[in-house]
Design a protein around this ligand. Structure first.
Ligand SMILES: C[S@@+](CC[C@H](N)C(=O)[O-])C[C@H]1O[C@@H](n2cnc3c(N)ncnc32)[C@H](O)[C@@H]1O
Length: 234
């Protein structure tokens, strides 16, 4: 993989032809992109995993933040939209947890990995499932929802399913400019979108990740934590 990346960088840096070849390759990839749901299902079917944000130092950072938050706020039920292969989940302690994912293969991986753990359940995600929890999570998912209709209905579900808190770990295109969009990634101004679409929800905490994006998506990330609280009514 490192060799492949070195070769890609060498081609990109070739004077005159490099940028043209990269643009051509990107156009080819976009034309062949099968849609976000199919992309993830085929990634898992072919033995791939949830990606660099779910392993190593970034996964440790996400787990530390989530473990502290759940303990501090006395969260008892958690619903995650896009649970992935379960590696990130294996680092976190939740009293009761339901993980949903668009990929049936990922759901089966999680069911097998946590078969002995009664506190965790998994299901294939469909819009409007009507589930609820104290805290809903969307970790490293929103910028993979490249289709606007998919993004909109997913975000509706994340917010309408939460009784107390929503935690997003995602990018903000108002602050971060991606050097190049790949077909499986679309950055949006998520905090601004949340402010406009869910004005009652308050952004109560932001936490920057310790490895801000430096051009290498394998070891750094454009995502940060955004914590929203439902206003207390009555
Ligand atoms: C980068 S992985 C992140 C997994 C996990 N949240 C983590 O932090 O380790 C993104 C996950 O989102 C899932 N996903 C993509 N589109 C989705 C959708 N519309 N609804 C639910 N999950 C989706 C993918 O199948 C994949 O497992």
């Amino acid at each position: 993989l490192a060799g492949k990346r070195r070769l890609a960088h060498t081609i990109r840096d070739l004077p005159a032809v490099g940028p043209g070849l990269v643009a051509l390759r990107d156009a080819y990839r976009r034309a062949r992109f099968p849609g976000s749901a199919n992309h993830w299902e085929s990634t898992y079917q072919s033995g791939g995993n949830s990606g660099p944000g779910s392993y190593g130092v970034l996964a440790q950072f996400k787990a530390g933040f989530l473990n502290d938050f759940v303990a501090r706020e006395g969260v008892s039920t958690v619903l995650e939209f896009g649970c992935g292969d379960g590696n990130q989940l294996s680092l976190v302690e939740y009293p009761r947890y339901v993980g949903l994912d668009i990929s049936p293969t990922a759901v089966n991986l999680c069911r097998a990995k946590f078969a002995e753990d009664d506190s965790k359940k998994f299901d294939v995600y469909r819009p409007n499932m009507g589930m609820r929890a104290d805290l809903t999570l969307s970790l490293d998912v929103l910028f993979h929802l490249v289709e606007d209709a998919v993004f909109d209905s997913y975000l509706d579900d994340v917010f309408s399913s939460a009784d107390r808190f929503v935690i997003l770990f995602t990018s903000d295109s108002d602050r971060f400019r991606a050097p190049r969009q790949t077909p499986e990634v679309k950055h949006r101004p998520v905090p601004r979108i949340v402010r406009e679409r869910f004005p009652d929800w308050q952004l109560v905490e932001e936490r920057a990740n310790p490895r801000p994006y430096d051009g290498d998506a394998m070891s750094s990330s454009f995502a940060n934590f955004y914590v929203y609280a439902r206003p207390v009514t009555g």
